[in-house]
Design a protein around this ligand. Structure first.
Ligand code: ING
Length: 376
């Protein structure tokens, strides 16, 4: 073919009227991948030291936001049958209406919070939350929080909605357990996006926008819009879309994903590569279909209960993996992203207001399981 086909990237594509050149909203973000936390009684101080070391590395790379894994302080204990309530309690951080973010004062996490504040780095991290209701009822959640260094406080909490696995242990010998339905209650906070202050320059504030006639004129100009997911949530398009319908620009997600389980089909390497494929597929599809960046932080490697995939990554609004971890150990996976790149997808292919036909979507919220068409 004689004619030179223009390369796909932007530099060759003639600017179209759609291509307003929005101001850049640059931000350096990172996934702090943790290697294995071997056992049920791995010393917390060791884990904290590893996390603080990753924060220090982040600071040297001018990273402003670090995402830590799901249940980041301990081994993935839902892989164990833990019948002793005392032993189970040690994995949980108490919280209540009086102190919804007590975790930041816990000896298990305060050194991390203090380091984040000192370095001026926002962090999100997952942990097991033991919530005491006003009436004294205790409810256990698989939770993540967002800590704003500039505000010196947590500004958001998310509780994992999609709990995989089962309630009753699988009593077959040698199987890998997945007991999140046993240890946690499905999250009750929904998928609430939130804005994070202090991360991008010249963010439009409500005060300055109050006399703007057209609210769409503020889209993509305020403080970054963030949503949090936890592990299995990333496999559910509904969860991503709830954030997409809030204009999300950055989804943060930590995970512990089994690489191999003896009860499933396939060799260790076959299962691990399939698990990595489905992890990437979920993250890339979610980002692309909601025109947002996403940051994914694994707890990876061989823990006493079994092995977990790595694959920590940063994905862009076109669904491309910008950067991915190269090891199964502690590793900072970082990139400078331009949140303005969300505007193309949000204004064209996924301009939800122009293209969605909600009159046909009722099954999505009226049905839980499959209802097949009648047999012929
Ligand atoms: N772990 C796994 C995850 O969703 C899983 C559970 C693995 C479900 C593979 C389906 C397939 O990544 C957690 N912690 O949710």
């Amino acid at each position: 073919m004689s004619s030179i086909r223009p390369r796909l990237d932007n530099s060759f594509r003639a600017a179209s009227p759609m291509d307003t050149n929005p101001e850049q909203r640059l931000l350096t973000v990172a996934a702090a991948q943790l290697g294995p936390i071997a056992s049920l009684n791995s010393p917390r101080s060791d884990v904290l030291a590893r996390m603080i070391k990753l924060l220090q590395q982040a600071s040297e790379k001018n990273v402003r936001l670090v995402v830590f894994p799901e249940l980041t302080f301990t081994t993935f204990f839902p892989s164990y049958v833990i019948d002793d309530p005392e032993q189970l309690a040690q994995f949980f951080e108490p919280a209540s209406q009086a102190e919804p973010y007590a975790v930041t004062n816990s000896l298990h996490s305060k050194p991390l919070i203090d380091k984040a504040a000192e370095l001026g780095i926002d962090i999100s991290f997952g942990y097991a939350e033991r919530w005491t209701e006003e009436d004294g009822r205790v409810i256990d959640y698989n939770t993540a929080v967002y800590y704003s260094a500039s505000q010196r406080r947590c500004v958001a909490k998310y509780r994992k909605v999609h709990l995989p696995g089962r309630y009753e242990p699988d009593r077959r010998p040698g199987v890998t357990q997945q007991l999140e339905k046993r240890y946690f209650t499905p999250g009750n906070l929904g998928f609430q996006a939130f804005r994070v202050p202090g991360l991008v320059g010249k963010a439009l504030k409500a005060e300055d926008a109050k006399d703007l006639a057209n609210p769409e004129g503020t889209w993509g100009r305020g403080d970054p819009i963030v949503g949090m997911l936890i592990c299995n949530d990333r496999r559910w398009a509904e969860a991503w879309r709830c954030y997409g319908l809030q204009g999300v620009e950055l989804v943060l997600e930590g995970y512990n994903t089994t690489a191999f389980a003896p009860q499933y089909e396939g060799t260790e390497s076959e299962q691990e590569s399939e698990a990595l494929f489905h992890h990437r597929l979920s993250c890339q599809a979610g980002s692309y279909q909601n025109a947002c960046f996403s940051v994914h932080a694994a707890k990876a490697g061989k823990e006493d209960h079994g092995s977990l995939i790595a694959g920590s990554s940063i994905v862009n609004p076109d669904g491309h993996i910008v950067v991915e971890s190269r090891t199964k150990g502690d590793e900072l996976v970082y990139a400078t992203i331009d949140l303005a790149r969300c505007r193309k997808g949000k204004g064209r292919v996924f301009a939800f207001d122009k293209h969605r036909r909600v009159e046909h979507y009722s099954r999505l919220v009226e049905q839980v399981g499959v209802e097949e068409p009648a047999l012929l």
